[in-house]
Design a binder for this molecule. Structure first.
Ligand code: NAD
Ligand code: DAU
Length: 355
């Protein structure tokens, strides 16, 4: 089977390929990635020479290039990760989010429609987010039936792409599957996201910027648990169906940051109080969703998926990974990282140290 993976040099895509390429030598995996700021080819070093793996540097907003990749590699399965993924970036510059997340998804759907004559064994798997459902109050969970209500340019662009995927199924009979997952964490995540940013800032004794009062809630899932869930849906999920994926790990941001300070302190032998004193409340994210929480009953009941990592075990593995992988970190911190940190946090500096 030929499996075309888009965005395989990013956080979740690279974890997915590192898990599945060694496990499935009978399949060919083609990684299609534009190598934006969020990608790091070093993430793929363990599989770069594997016989069943190859890389194509292609921007999915380029319809002709996408068409050529389909003609060359003739995929049976597409697992579509490629996206602009960071909410704060979408607030400062929404256009590229519409281009990649909406138009890029459209180009892939059209390539499937053109190249897939026999639809029998084909799958277009669209990797999406729980952010399409908007924000919860203190009660309740997102189910597959929750109405879409996105708040940010990022989540609106992902919601739009989900609608395209469903429309291509209903109108053209394309065999699609969609997963909507909660917040991922783990190795290889670009340090603009909360968990790696806090680990690296704590190590460097820089302020730990907490938006608003730090009471927003996210439902955290270890990245390889997400990857296993996606592969389960690719293999045995029903065509045309949506599956929500989540970790049953609801935490306020402040609790996440506190836990990270204690873990980094333990792992590096410093006093936790020194790291906790770095917490700084800064100006909130506009349109900041209050709470996400996933009801994962459908994928657990129908496909027998459950997460393997607890929040405690996954967080410790993550902290250890960032402490042990300085070369990877230095690689992603060159390039546009410094400019981004200044653009995003520069005008939030009315914050104060947390007590
Ligand atoms: P990421 O930002 O780490 O990686 C995105 C990858 O896509 C990068 O390798 C980048 O080079 C590539 N890419 C971006 N634009 C491209 C383009 N125009 N053409 C080709 N490649 C392009 O993202 P991630 O966190 O790994 O997320 C992957 C997918 O999972 C996204 O679709 C995201 O919406 C979804 N998702 C993420 C999370 C999360 O917590 N990170 C949770 C749920 C769903
Ligand atoms: O829910 C799934 C989504 O999770 C994915 O679809 C997105 O691609 C992914 O980026 C993530 O979005 P969030 O906005 O929830 O993740 P982020 O790591 O940016 O922020 C997590 C929480 O922490 C959020 O409430 C904002 C807050 N935060 C974030 C940063 C970067 C801070 O308080 N300070 C920070 O510096």
């Amino acid at each position: 089977m030929n499996v075309l993976v888009t965005g395989g040099a990013g956080f979740i895509g690279a974890n997915f390929l590192r898990l599945l390429v060694p496990r499935h030598p009978e399949h060919r995996f083609v990684n299609v990635d534009a190598l934006t700021y969020a990608a790091n080819p070093k993430s793929l070093a363990p599989i770069a020479e594997a016989p069943g793996y190859c890389f194509e540097r292609v921007d999915i907003t380029d319809a002709d290039a996408v068409d050529r990749v389909f003609a060359t590699h003739q995929p049976d399965v597409v697992v579509h990760f490629a996206a602009e993924s960071h909410v704060d970036r979408s607030i400062l510059g929404p256009k590229q989010f519409l281009r990649t997340n909406f138009e890029g998804t459209f180009n892939l759907l059209e390539a499937c429609r053109k190249h897939w004559q026999d639809l029998g064994d084909k799958v277009f798997h669209h990797v999406s987010t729980d952010e399409v459902y908007g924000s919860l109050g203190t009660e309740g969970f997102f189910t597959e039936e929750t109405a879409y209500d996105p708040s940010s340019p990022y989540s609106a662009s992902k919601a739009a792409s989900d609608h395209l995927v469903r429309a291509w199924h209903r109108t053209y009979g394309l065999p699609v599957k969609i997963t909507n997952c909660s917040n991922n964490y783990g190795p290889l995540q670009f340090p603009e996201k909360l968990i790696p940013l806090m680990i690296l800032n704590a190590v460097e004794r820089k302020p730990l910027p907490i938006y608003g009062e730090g009471l927003n809630v996210r439902d955290w899932l270890y990245v390889t648990d997400h990857c296993e869930a996606i592969w389960k849906v690719v293999q045995s999920g029903a065509v045309g169906e949506t599956y929500n994926i989540g970790g049953h790990n609801e935490k306020t941001n402040i609790d996440v940051v506190d836990a990270l300070c204690h873990l980094v302190a333990e792992e590096t032998g410093v006093d936790a109080a020194e790291l906790l004193a770095l917490k700084t409340f800064v100006k909130d994210r506009p349109g900041h969703d209050m709470r996400y929480a996933i009801d994962a009953t459908k994928i657990e009941r129908d496909l027998g998926w459950t997460p393997k990592q607890t929040f405690e075990s996954g967080m410790r593995e993550t902290v250890r990974w960032y402490l042990a992988n300085d070369a990877w970190i230095q690689d992603v911190k060159s390039g546009d990282y410094k400019t981004w940190i200044e653009a995003n946090y520069g005008d939030r500096r009315d914050g104060e140290s947390a007590s």
